[in-house]
Design a protein around this ligand. Structure first.
Ligand code: WQD
Length: 347
């Protein structure tokens, strides 16, 4: 079992928190850095509850190089970095592009600078299927040409991948995996952690908030697309499967199994599911009838995208463990847990 200290940036976020659970369960020592601008200490509390151990979080803004360097000076035994920390709202990036470019790019540059200055050779970068844009060919594989980014957020991920590639060209001792997530959904089966979003934009938390009554209704953004039922197609993947792919990536790099210094992997289930199919899967998993209406298309939506994930399965030894029903069931149980916690706070 390969292990050593790993720095997880964005460790108080949705995917970061779930990944810390998987890393520790696989023998790694983990520290987190998260400025809590989007992440939450409730996430870390849940992670510590699951692991029955404390996880140190440095409340640091990674766009500040001095503060970021201080973490590496204090932890000279870091052998790997997983860089999640970034803003990720497509809509917000359209309304405030400079905030996205400043935060998402400067934080990556500082992390790579510190990796170089403090000789941390193994780096995993959180990328996104949004780099593919509206792909011609489906499913997309890692060689599918990248189309024009549909949002500044997606563009920060495209730029991030270029920066990582340029970094390893100039610094041979470093190895990076670029992990392109499709649609991460669901929650840890303990319902101790999940996605904290007061006003979510993403489909699954909108569904669960509608089902629990936190929202009165929800809209399906368009059913006039050229798909099997007219609604958009996405590749939904359980957040714990995404988390385990990060652990597998680090093990792959630390063991020196990578052939190239910077390698891309698609992290999707390989199954395309429409919005309506997902709603029906939720209703069947939860037993709840959903109050949804058909609305107009949402600007910037990709019509259809899903992954060819054979490279990650073959090279990383990644095995997908959760199906669509389990994604919906764990998402629903998490929403019910949030509701109980909120009720307790009110009483
Ligand atoms: C999914 C589908 C909507 C809400 C997200 C992230 C992106 C990337 C991939 C990480 C779309 C429809 C949604 C609603 C709806 N992740 N929808 N009603 O847009 O695929 O992208 O995952 O990098 O960053 O934004 O996810 O969940 O917003 O939408 O009909 O109330 O659900 O139109 O077709 P998306 P999403």
């Amino acid at each position: 079992m390969v292990s050593g200290k790993i720095l997880v940036t964005g460790g108080c976020g949705y995917i970061g928190g779930h990944t810390i659970v998987d890393l520790v369960n696989n023998g790694f020592e983990v520290i987190s850095v998260d400025d809590l601008s989007r992440g939450s200490l409730r996430m870390m509390a849940g992670v510590e509850e699951i692991l029955a151990q404390k996880i140190k979080n440095y409340k640091v803004d990674l766009t500040n190089l001095d503060d970021t360097q201080a973490i590496f000076i204090e932890n000279p035994d870091i052998i790997g970095i997983i860089h999640f920390a970034a803003f990720k709202s497509v809509n917000e990036s359209v309304s405030d592009p400079l905030m996205y470019y400043r935060n998402n790019i400067n934080s990556l540059v500082n992390i790579l600078q510190c990796a170089k200055d403090y000789q941390v050779p193994n780096i995993v970068f959180s990328s996104s299927c949004s780099v593919y844009g509206n792909a011609e060919q489906l499913p997309v594989d890692e060689l599918t040409p990248l189309a024009t980014a549909e949002s500044p957020y997606a563009y920060t991920k495209q730029i991030g991948e270029v920066i990582c590639n340029d970094f390893v060209k100039q610094n041979q001792a470093f190895n990076i995996t670029l992990l392109r997530y499709f649609n991460p959904v669901g929650a840890h089966e303990s319902a101790q952690i999940g996605e904290f979003q007061e006003k979510p934009e993403n489909l699954v938390p909108v569904i669960t908030q509608t089902a629990i009554g936190k929202r009165q209704e929800m809209h399906v953004f368009g059913t006039d697309y050229s798909t099997r039922d007219g609604s958009c197609v996405r590749d939904y993947i359980h957040v714990m499967d995404i988390a385990n792919a990060h652990t597998k990536s680090l093990q792959y790099l630390i063991a020196g199994r990578n052939q190239n210094a910077c390698e891309v992997f698609n992290l999707g289930s390989g199954n395309g599911v429409t919005v309506l199919e997902l709603i029906y899967a939720f209703e069947s998993a939860s037993g709840k009838k959903l109050n949804f209406h058909i609305g107009p298309r949402r600007q910037g939506d990709v019509v259809a995208i899903y992954a060819n994930n054979t490279k990650a399965c073959r090279k990383l030894g990644w095995e997908i463990k959760y199906n669509l029903t389990q994604m919906m069931d764990t998402a629903w149980r998490w929403e019910q847990r949030l509701h109980i916690d909120n009720q307790k706070q009110l009483n």
